[in-house]
Design a protein around this ligand. Structure first.
Ligand code: CMC
Length: 420
């Protein structure tokens, strides 16, 4: 068997090596502490593999992303988001009958319990929709308390109800009546209808918007062990229920270094625009570490993010089809151009990531900035669910419980102080 050797304090330890089919190498330190009392220290887990997974493959050096083996470029061009959900969760693409049954299930479960509507009354109209989404998803466990016994059904419930919860939070924020889900519409069409229809007049669904949303959801559907997915797996490892685990994932995604970046990109582009559009000035500020260029950089991609490449092209197409001339798109392109020529960004392998262009498309679709990260969450839902399921089904899974190097005080006597 393949082994790596570690010498610590003159003692040699042999560590088994696991190799993935794509040439990835993992040194298994599972017995290291027991044998040596040493642990590894890896801030941000940048070099730590927490699991083996057969869902998504990323080669960050070469800009490769595949869902269950299928290249993202092909999936983005040919698939429907619902098919991608099925693929990620079940491992294979559905045949026609399986797809029809899956679609039926997703529409059948799209309503939320009528009582849940009352929860929305308690939120301020200014409440961030990510806070609402995570709370509502956690609340689903009160309606479906045996979540982990009927996993397949509850996976469907989450995929079906998340768009309803997201659209209701938007309607709440703008003070309009909730629009109930409709079973005659596609997954994306139904979501757009719940977002933008009003009872007073019919809403004309735009095929451009449906297509754009389909693409955006697909591109966000999974990204292996990112912060929110690792959170879902970690929470799930304690045997917490599915809804609680996914709710935790939503919270992790909210952070501006992760999914929350899409909202921040838009704020940044507006700021640059309102300040005269001088992108060089802001590139300099980023280099001086006055702020981070949002939508730039990635832990794994060190060449380009294939999702950003697809989205840049899509942004051009969607805005043109909709007849929108957004000056922020020009600013984004100039910013990318200037940064990609700059030694600071080049030497650190900082490229636009998935969040850089997505907001411009959401914005063109009429989705407000505050909802951007919710849109990311809707896209990432099948990925979270697939990982939760995979983790639970793996007999090697143990409760996730990292170690630490303690740096605090040594033992001291409390009684001595109390006596003073
Ligand atoms: N602007 C300016 N400098 C940056 C940026 C940026 N966006 N990102 C990284 N750097 C610099 C950083 O200062 C550091 O420089 P130095 O080595 O001189 O100290 C170097 O690049 C490495 O950065 P890091 O923070 O160690 O890298 P990381 O792998 O820990 O962080 C990241 C990755 C995505 C959090 C980070 O690049 C970042 O904060 N980007 C902006 C936020 C963003 O767009 N997030 C979305 C990520 S993609 C989708 C998702 O995950 O949701």
């Amino acid at each position: 068997m393949d082994k790596a050797k570690l010498i610590l304090d003159g003692q040699e330890y042999e560590l088994p090596v696991t190799r993935g089919p794509e040439g990835e190498v993992g040194i298994d330190i599972g017995k290291l502490r027991k044998e040596s009392r040493a642990i590894t220290l890896d801030y941000g887990y940048a070099n730590t593999g927490s699991c083996e997974s057969s869902i998504t493959f990323i080669d960050g050096e070469n800009g490769i992303l595949r869902y269950r083996g299928y290249p993202i470029e092909q999936v983005a061009e040919h698939a429907d988001f619902v098919e991608v959900c099925y693929l990620l969760v079940n491992g294979e693409l559905p045949n026609a009958d399986e797809l029809a049954a899956f679609k039926h299930e997703l529409t059948y479960h799209s309503m939320i319990h009528e009582d849940m509507k009352k929860f929305f009354e308690g939120y301020l109209p200014t409440a961030h929709p990510m806070a609402i989404l995570s709370s509502m998803i956690a609340s689903l466990s009160t309606y479906y308390p045996h979540a982990n016994e009927r996993v397949a059904l509850n996976i469907i419930r989450l995929l079906a109800k998340a768009p309803t919860l997201a659209a209701f939070s938007f309607k709440k924020a703008i003070g309009q009546p909730f629009i109930y889900p409709r079973n005659d519409l596609s997954y994306t069409g139904n979501f757009l209808n719940m977002m933008f229809a009003v009872p007073a007049e019919p809403y004309q669904l735009s095929p451009t918007l449906e297509r754009a949303l389909n693409l955006l959801l697909i591109l966000h559907a999974d990204h292996e062990q990112n912060c929110s997915t690792s959170t879902v797996r970690m929470v799930g490892s304690s045997d917490a229920n599915l809804f609680a685990s996914i709710s935790a994932g939503v919270c992790a995604l909210w952070g501006p270094l992760h999914g929350g970046a899409n909202q921040r990109v838009m704020d940044m582009l507006k700021m640059i625009h309102d300040d005269g559009g001088d992108v060089d000035k802001y590139v300099e500020k980023a280099k001086n570490r006055e702020f981070r260029l949002m939508g730039f950089g990635h832990r794994v991609y060190k060449n380009f993010d294939p999702r950003a490449t697809i989205l840049k092209k899509a942004a051009d197409e969607v805005l043109e089809e909709l007849g929108i001339n957004d000056p922020l798109l020009e600013i984004a392109k100039r910013l990318e151009e200037v940064a990609l020529r700059d030694e600071f960004f080049v030497s650190r392998n900082l490229y636009p990531n998935v969040d850089f262009y997505s907001g411009l498309i959401y914005s063109a679709m009429g989705i407000p900035t505050k909802m951007f990260t919710v849109m990311f969450a809707l896209g990432r839902m099948p990925g979270w669910l697939a990982h939760w399921k995979e983790n639970r089904g793996n007999p090697k899974t143990r409760i996730n419980r990292p170690r630490q190097i303690y740096t605090g005080e040594g033992a001291r006597d409390f009684k001595e102080i109390a006596d003073r």
